[in-house]
Design a protein around this ligand. Structure first.
Ligand SMILES: Nc1nc2c(ncn2[C@@H]2O[C@H](COP(=O)(O)OP(=O)(O)OP(=O)(O)O)[C@@H](O)[C@H]2O)c(=O)[nH]1
Ligand SMILES: [Mg+2]
Length: 295
């Protein structure tokens, strides 16, 4: 039996305004693409847990949806997920990008930080595109209870080893919470769904990605291939031909992207069947949101 006397384990929540690179950071730390990313704000909709395992340590990261003022009911539920992710964690990681810091949103989030019961560090991201920053000027705007401020690039990896060491120093002595082989607490079908959503975020503009949801109807692990059947919900009939495209060309793009990405993730052949369904105003419907796992 393994001796866990000196083992450290704990939870670290990453939060910040949309588009600052929270999901990119978590993926970079884990060395796996676990949380979907896109240049559009509010890509992440759920708190996605990612688990970093080393010989004597297990850090559970919680990547939260970019915080916006509730506009739709869905956003209210996203805000609730963030609240939940603040409780009982060993470290809060406030994230922003260097450029334009502090925005009004940053200031609003920092006012929440002041009340936090857990230790907080600040991670200023996108160092690669803003190498000439004034550290003192940035630190001046951060509340006193911030333990440390690190400047990184989640994209290039600069500053990430130092950041991991810093995060480790906050982890308490504790046996691992999860199986040490485990990379996430979420089932594989969750990642299949998220990759389909990522394909939609990458291929469509304006309102389309936001008015779309994906549900996995069937997930079948066969001996030689994984077969997935998924439905894409859209809010209006007029959006149907956009998602499907001429002769199904857009749907094909989504399918091929998701098949390739998911196959890489599970290291196994994957076939995805997609279909599109109009579910009017699903973002405002409690039953629909429940079906998507928001509660
Ligand atoms: N140049 C640069 N771009 C980055 C860096 N980190 C993330 N990005 C880009 O910023 C965009 C947003 O990244 P995400 O990781 O999706 O951001 P997020 O904070 O998770 O966003 P939400 O889930 O919407 O809250 C993507 O286009 C990333 O490629 C970085 O260090 N440098
Ligand atoms: Mg994200």
């Amino acid at each position: 039996m393994k001796d866990y006397t000196n083992h450290r384990s704990g939870f670290a929540t990453i939060f910040g305004k949309p588009n600052t690179g929270k999901s990119t950071l978590m993926n970079r730390i884990l060395g796996e693409k676990l949380s979907i990313t896109s240049p559009k704000p509010q890509t992440t909709r759920y708190a996605v847990k990612g688990i970093l395992n080393t010989d004597d340590e297990q850090i559970i990261f919680i990547d939260t949806p970019g915080f916006l003022k509730p506009r739709y009911e869905m956003q209210e539920r996203m805000a609730k997920i963030i609240d939940e992710s603040f409780k009982d964690v060993d470290l809060l990681i406030f994230m922003s990008h260097i450029q334009g810091f502090p925005s009004d949103y940053d200031m609003e989030l920092l006012s929440i930080v002041e009340k936090a019961r857990s230790p907080v560090i600040a991670v200023m991201n996108k160092l690669d595109i803003t190498p000439d920053y004034d550290a003192q000027e940035i630190i001046k705007h951060l509340p006193d209870n911030i333990d440390d401020t690190l400047f990184v690039s989640a994209k290039t990896g600069k500053g990430i080893p130092e950041l991991i060491t810093k995060i480790s120093s906050f982890m308490p002595l504790h046996p691992p919470y999860y199986d040490e082989e485990q990379l996430s607490d979420l089932p594989l079908r969750f990642f299949a769904k998220e990759l389909i959503r990522e394909a939609i975020f990458h291929n469509f503009r304006d309102e389309i990605p936001y008015s779309t949801a994906v549900l996995i109807e069937r997930y079948e692990e066969r001996e030689e291939i994984i077969v997935i059947r998924a439905v894409i919900w859209i809010e209006r009939n007029s959006q149907k031909h956009i998602i499907i495209g001429r002769g199904g060309s857009n749907l094909k793009k989504i399918r091929e992207y998701a098949e390739e990405q998911f196959s890489e993730f599970v290291d196994f052949p994957v076939r995805i069947h997609l279909h599109v369904k109009v579910n009017e105003n699903w973002r405002k419907k409690g039953t629909a949101l429940k079906e998507l796992g928001f509660y």
